[in-house]
Write a protein that binds this ligand. Structure first.
Ligand SMILES: Cc1ncc(COP(=O)(O)OP(=O)(O)O)c(N)n1
Ligand SMILES: Cc1nc(C(=O)O)sc1CCOP(=O)(O)O
Ligand SMILES: [Mg+2]
Length: 214
């Protein structure tokens, strides 16, 4: 089951990736993606092992960004792959059928390609400008999500799509009606004064709208 809220770790001057993961799990995150950049392999591996044990303690899913071989080595629940990383079909051979594989999309063509490659979910972004990631793809905005999700619906594509990029709780009521499965968030949780309140507000806004009998 793919969570509707993916927490993406972020290092700050106050906390490591693993500490950020622990704080997010304690605050209610049931899915953590460890997103480490520009660290030596041994540091990356140590953070992955720490984050895995934190996720196991809280019963959260542990996804490693970028590195399928390290995901296999540390026993992560899955891996998230962008266009610059190993192709998902290749990662599937390495990780086997039960591990979760996610892929990044910016267009409908990306979504179709990822589907053919056997991913379990798609991260579609960016929604808006964010400083969390360098070299952003073109910003999609609400119009972009609406158009791409409409194309998916017309093509019978039902793979879970999570929106990503500068997303806050206030964006969720606008994004949900486009047909997204959920959202992936880093700053709005990592930098929140109260992470539990931030996660609770996001989860509340992710509840499906009540059906009205007309
Ligand atoms: C859920 C989710 N969606 C998209 C991304 C971005 O992955 P990628 O394009 O490989 O960029 P980096 O995160 O590696 O900088 C993601 N990590 N998670
Ligand atoms: C990791 C990532 N990928 C993106 C994409 O568009 O593919 S945007 C992004 C950053 C998400 O962090 P924040 O919630 O702080 O903006
Ligand atoms: Mg990547």
């Amino acid at each position: 089951m793919i969570s509707t809220l993916h927490y993406i770790t972020q290092e700050t001057d106050k906390q490591t990736h693993a500490q950020a993961a622990e704080a997010a799990c304690r605050a209610g995150a049931d899915w953590v993606q460890l997103r480490v950049k520009n660290k030596p392999y041994e540091v990356w591996k140590a953070l992955a092992l720490q984050t895995k044990s934190i996720c196991r303690h809280y019963g959260s899913t542990f996804i490693l960004n970028d590195n399928p071989a390290l995901a296999a080595e540390v026993g992560a629940d899955g891996v998230h792959l962008g266009k610059l990383e190993m192709a998902p079909a290749e990662a599937r051979k390495l990780l086997g059928p039960t591990k979760i594989i996610g892929g990044t999309a910016n267009t409908f063509e990306d979504v179709k390609r990822l589907l053919e490659q056997g991913v379990d979910y798609v991260g579609l972004g960016p929604y808006r400008f964010t400083t969390t990631k360098d070299n952003l793809s073109p910003i999609l905005g609400l119009q972009g999500y609406t158009a791409i999700l409409e194309q998916c619906s017309a093509a019978g594509i039902t793979i879970p799509i999570v929106a990503i990029g500068g997303i806050t709780a206030a964006d969720v009521p606008l994004l949900l009606p486009t047909g997204i499965h959920g959202i992936a968030v880093s700053s709005a949780i990592t930098l929140a004064a109260n992470r539990a309140a931030a996660i609770s507000e996001i989860k509340q806004n992710l509840q499906p709208l009540p059906q009205h009998n007309l």
